[in-house]
Design a protein around this ligand. Structure first.
Ligand code: NDP
Length: 347
């Protein structure tokens, strides 16, 4: 079993849960972050386990050879989990700000692992359902079930010139394609596993002091529920499926170790969800939210007829993941939002 892991993105929403589960399972972890302040924050968030964490500063993942010195490690790394990639629609300027860190960041890491980390047996890459689902064709009769064989048809030109959602979808698709191409052409000493999650919800593991600091997916969940009113229309997102961030972290650790997962792509979705169902759950458990969360039409689904779904049978069969219930994800996330709001009021 892999014992020492190199992790990127460990200071973010997904990566901090990855780090938490790696530590819980006894691994030692080197977290690559952009600045010492971000590394210090990780150490402060994981004080009890900090003897098994070290920090590598990698200021710019787009620069060639940027990971080289961080990957030369004693004891050596057994595995790598690559989470870091831009996922915020607050980015200003060219779409290359999504595309370059995603694509070059991934390729630089793979190249550097090949050259500097001979004991690494596997690299796990966090892709996205954005590279699987065709967001221009969200409904059909009968409804489509996307699988690992599907690729979002977004072109390079659309990714470069289109809106930020096209840039993000392109960034995840082309980074993943380049990663598979690297494995095929370079035949490195490690294999690759790509996990392609949809909307990721759940309480944050890294410390956050305000709602403004929420990551993109939780921020939307907050905005469309807590940030609305009883009479607001129920929101719709083109992403019809979700996963709990804690289940995704479990899957990442499984993906490191299950031999049959090597060189496999996983469309890792728990199930469909819709904002009416979220409203129903929140309104029935939190009376204090009754004037904030949209009422809509309780008991109905707010997804359009023929809404696509994602087939998760490969994830269940090969990675052995048991997904937690939707209600648990929503309630835990709501309690987390309420706690942040209370802390904001105190501050
Ligand atoms: P966060 O914004 O919380 O974390 C993103 C992480 O990537 C941070 O560690 C961030 O570091 C790092 N990062 C972003 N841009 C750069 C860059 N230019 N150079 C170096 N590091 C960078 O987002 P999430 O945790 O939600 O996302 C993590 C991963 O999960 C991403 O790969 C994303 O595509 C994927 N994903 C997320 C989904 C979701 O719903 N949240 C859905 C599907 C996939 P820093 O703090 O320095 O910016």
């Amino acid at each position: 079993m892999s014992r020492r892991i190199f992790l990127t993105g460990g200071n973010g929403f997904v990566g901090s849960h990855t780090l938490a589960q790696l530590l819980e399972k006894g691994y030692s972890v080197c977290c690559a972050v952009r600045t010492q302040a971000k590394g210090d924050k990780i150490l402060a968030d994981f004080t009890e386990q900090k003897s098994r964490i070290d920090i590598a500063i990698v200021p710019d993942i787009v620069t060639p050879d940027t990971y080289d010195s961080a990957l030369k490690s004693q004891p050596p790394f057994d595995g790598v989990i690559h989470v870091a990639s831009p996922f915020t629609y607050g980015i200003e300027g060219s779409n290359l700000q999504f595309l370059e860190p995603a694509i070059k960041g991934t390729l630089n890491l793979l190249k550097s692992v090949k050259e500097n980390a001979p004991n690494v047996k596997r690299v796990v890459l966090i892709g996205s359902s954005a590279s699987v689902v065709d967001y221009e064709n969200l409904t059909s009769d009968p409804p489509k079930f996307f699988t690992e064989k599907d690729w979002n048809p977004v072109t390079w030109e659309e990714a470069l010139e289109g809106d930020q959602s096209k840039a993000y979808r392109g960034s995840k698709k082309f980074a993943e394609l380049e990663a598979w191409d690297f494995i095929k052409k370079e035949k490195p000493h490690f294999d690759l596993v790509v996990l392609c999650p949809p909307a990721i919800f759940g309480p944050s593991r890294h410390s956050i002091s305000s709602i403004k600091e929420l990551n993109e997916s939780n921020s939307r969940l907050w905005k469309f529920t807590f940030g609305a009113t009883k009479d607001s229309p129920v929101a719709y997102m083109p992403v019809h499926t979700y996963i709990d961030v804690r289940d995704l972290a479990t899957a990442q650790v499984q993906a490191l170790n299950i031999p049959e997962a090597g060189n496999e792509r996983f469309a890792i979705s728990t199930r469909q969800f819709d904002f009416q169902k979220i409203s129903d759950i929140l309104r029935s458990h939190f009376p204090e939210l009754s004037e904030r969360v949209p009422l809509g039409k309780p008991g109905t689904s707010s997804l359009p007829p023929g809404a696509y779904n994602v087939d998760n049978s490969k994830v269940k069969n090969l990675l052995g993941i048991e997904f937690r219930p939707f209600e648990e994800t929503i309630l835990d996330t709501a309690r987390f939002f309420l706690e942040i709001e209370r802390n904001e009021q105190k501050a």
